[in-house]
Design a protein around this ligand. Structure first.
Ligand SMILES: NC(=O)c1ccc[n+]([C@@H]2O[C@H](COP(=O)([O-])OP(=O)(O)OC[C@H]3O[C@@H](n4cnc5c(N)ncnc54)[C@H](OP(=O)(O)O)[C@@H]3O)[C@@H](O)[C@H]2O)c1
Length: 279
């Protein structure tokens, strides 16, 4: 399905000339950037979109199947020049088209946030082989390949903007394990490794690639777990006695995407309330 980018406001987008960083490469503008957030129709992606818009950036709000929710997100963003883009992230052709539409609709692309994801249960001892294969295929297609293809297609636009940032929304599950969703844990470990490889590959272009690894976050994805009989035990995993709010993940994403964080490329930032510590 093809959806034309929808410009919410006819106001001319604010453009800022790229400034030259200490590395000698042109750095992304620190304000008025073009930002593509995948999976922005709800949850963490919605909070990330709102955080960028609140600081004056223009956001491409990507959605997969939740058009009405995405339109609401778009309508609620402060500022002007935001657009809607659609793609099933499991479809490489749709991903490529969507990234190009986002860059065209925003006029430039400085930041890509690979946030969209699925969390499909397939407990190894209670799942038949067919279900097992389906869960692995879908999870890797959306979470890992979707992010990889979006990044590949974003690179020419980031280079054209003089540099920028890619931020992957990974998960604590990459480190702590996901006994009921092993494909999810593997997809997030893959996102981390992908971010590190791409950090090396893209630094010469002034592009940082990083990841944020949240523990449980109060969103639709975690609702069944958090509202279920095990919810209190999950909240007790953190010494704060709660799970993260989407805005707390957005804060980390915002910093990782900033020019000031460019030299932190390759890092993975935990946002898990000290529920899982690693060094
Ligand atoms: N919630 C948590 O506890 C938690 C913890 C750690 C990491 N994370 C990660 O944080 C990210 C956001 O999660 P969330 O909690 O905000 O989840 P959510 O509320 O379920 O939102 C998921 C988003 O991903 C999009 N999406 C899913 N499948 C898609 C597909 N095939 N094509 C295009 N878009 C698709 C959805 O868009 P449509 O509905 O429009 O298709 C939606 O906007 C995910 O990568 C997740 O793994 C979440």
């Amino acid at each position: 399905m093809t959806t034309e980018p929808t410009i919410t406001d006819t106001t001319e987008p604010t453009t800022t000339e790229p400034t030259t960083g200490l590395s000698g490469t042109a750095d992304a503008a620190s304000s008025g950037r073009g930002v593509l957030v995948t999976g922005a129709s709800r949850g963490i992606g919605r909070a990330v979109a709102a955080a960028f818009a609140a600081r004056g950036d223009r956001v491409a709000v990507h959605w997969g199947s939740s058009r009405a929710e995405a339109e609401q997100v778009l309508a609620g963003l402060p500022g002007a020049g935001h657009v809607l883009v659609q793609a099933d992230l499991a479809d490489a052709d749709q991903v490529g088209r969507m990234v190009d539409e986002a860059a065209a609709g925003l006029g430039r692309l400085d930041v890509l946030v690979n946030n969209a994801g699925v969390f499909l249960a397939h407990p190894p001892l209670e799942t038949d082989y067919e279900q097992w294969q389906a869960a692995w295929s879908r999870t890797l297609a959306v979470n890992l390949l979707g992010a990889a293809h979006a990044t590949f297609r974003a690179v020419p636009h980031l280079v054209a903007a003089g540099g920028g940032a890619v931020v992957n929304v990974s998960s604590r599950g990459a480190f702590r394990g996901e006994p009921n969703c092993p494909a999810y844990g593997a997809s997030k470990a893959g996102m981390n490794a992908f971010a590190q490889s791409m950090a090396l590959a893209l630094a010469p272009q002034g592009i940082s690639v990083t990841a944020v690894a949240p523990g449980f976050v109060q969103t639709e994805m975690a609702r069944d777990v958090l509202d279920g009989p095990g919810g209190d035990a999950v909240r007790a995993q953190s010494p704060f006695g709660r799970v993260a709010r989407p805005e707390e993940v957005a804060t980390a994403v915002l910093w990782l995407a900033s020019p000031e964080a460019r030299f932190s490329s390759g890092t993975i930032v935990d946002v898990n309330g000290a529920s899982y510590l690693r060094s």
